[in-house]
Design a protein around this ligand. Structure first.
Ligand code: NAI
Length: 289
């Protein structure tokens, strides 16, 4: 398939959470001026401060020049709402994993950006086809599923919905490569590839603990010693237990309640408790000190 020879110059990111700010960091680090939409200036300021902490740590370790940090920060601009975005050619959405919320965002993006603007979702598990259908140009909508932590993880799943232009998929994949990332084209199935495979990794771990076969720390330690980088519980603390639970529910629903993907009730209890992982200072483990 011939690519469109894409030239991205003005990207924007919607949602300054764990993933959104990781994507912003990569874009700004590659020289792009990035507009960022978040629900409030305070939420954005907190997110920027967290990102800056990471940059400062790299400066302290001698892995980044102080000037580079300043340049990265200087390229990031807060925008209060989608209809305040200045001309953009690519928008990457990274708001909560909820189809109705994402569809609302895409409806606004479709209405407020130019017809050529590429609209991408960082969803882990939801239907790109369903998100794209809310815009007037589903052929310009695709999934760009980055992995956490974005600055360190090379993989990006590139997802084509039913209406996505194949030439666009090629062109965006080529562009992703210029960011130093590894694009992999996947089908628009619930959970795509990685999150589908990862469902039993997480839910079976809950079942093992619930039946008393092993404790959480033991499961994590054994899985690590089997060659995995992280065990399921420490990985959930990194991902966000709420986000991982939302992915479990959406894959389960996406496969019409196939028991292979059934979530575990303790996942839900963890979300209800508000202990969501590193981002709240406490999840399966404590990060408060
Ligand atoms: P998060 O909860 O850390 O951040 C979401 C952010 O979006 C919050 O700051 C929230 O205030 C903001 N937001 C919500 N509605 C908004 C709106 N209408 N306009 C602007 N901002 C809005 O979530 P996280 O972890 O960054 O996940 C975002 C997306 O990325 C989800 O779809 C998730 O499934 C996906 N994802 C998450 C990964 C992870 O490890 N956490 C990995 C890969 C994908």
């Amino acid at each position: 398939m011939k690519s469109e020879g894409l030239r991205i110059q003005r990207p924007a990111v919607i949602g300054a959470g764990t993933m959104g700010m990781g994507i912003v960091e990569v874009l700004a680090g590659n020289g792009f001026s990035v507009q960022v939409v978040e629900l409030s200036q305070d939420l954005f300021n907190d997110a920027l401060q967290k990102m800056d902490k990471r940059l400062l740590r790299r400066v302290e370790k001698g892995k980044m020049a102080a000037r580079e940090r300043e340049e990265i920060l200087g390229r990031i601009r807060y925008v209060p709402a989608i209809n305040n975005l200045d001309q953009v050619d690519l928008v990457i959405e990274a708001v909560v994993e909820n189809l109705a919320v994402k569809q609302e965002v895409f409806k606004d993006l479709g209405a407020c950006t130019s017809p050529d603007t590429i609209l991408a979702s960082n969803t882990s598990s939801l239907s790109i086809t369903g998100i794209a259908a809310k815009t007037t140009r589903p052929e310009r909508v695709l999934g760009l599923h980055f992995f956490n932590p974005v600055p360190r993880m090379a993989l990006v799943e590139v997802v084509a919905g039913m209406a996505t232009s194949p030439a666009l998929v090629e062109a965006v994949s080529e562009w992703i490569r210029t960011l130093g990332k590894e694009p992999v084209k996947v089908k628009d199935v619930p959970g795509f590839l990685v999150n589908r495979v990862a469902r039993p990794f997480h839910t079976e771990a809950y079942r093992i603990v619930q039946e008393g076969t092993a404790g959480k720390a033991q499961v994590d330690r054994i899985i690590r010693s089997a060659g995995f980088k992280m065990g399921p519980f420490e990985l959930q603390d990194l991902i966000g237990i709420d986000i991982n639970y939302a992915a479990s529910v959406s894959v389960y629903e996406g496969y019409f309640h196939d028991p292979r993907f059934r979530p575990h009730f303790v996942q839900q209890r963890m979300v209800e408790s508000g202990a969501l992982g590193r981002k709240t200072g406490k999840g399966h483990y404590s990060y408060e000190s």
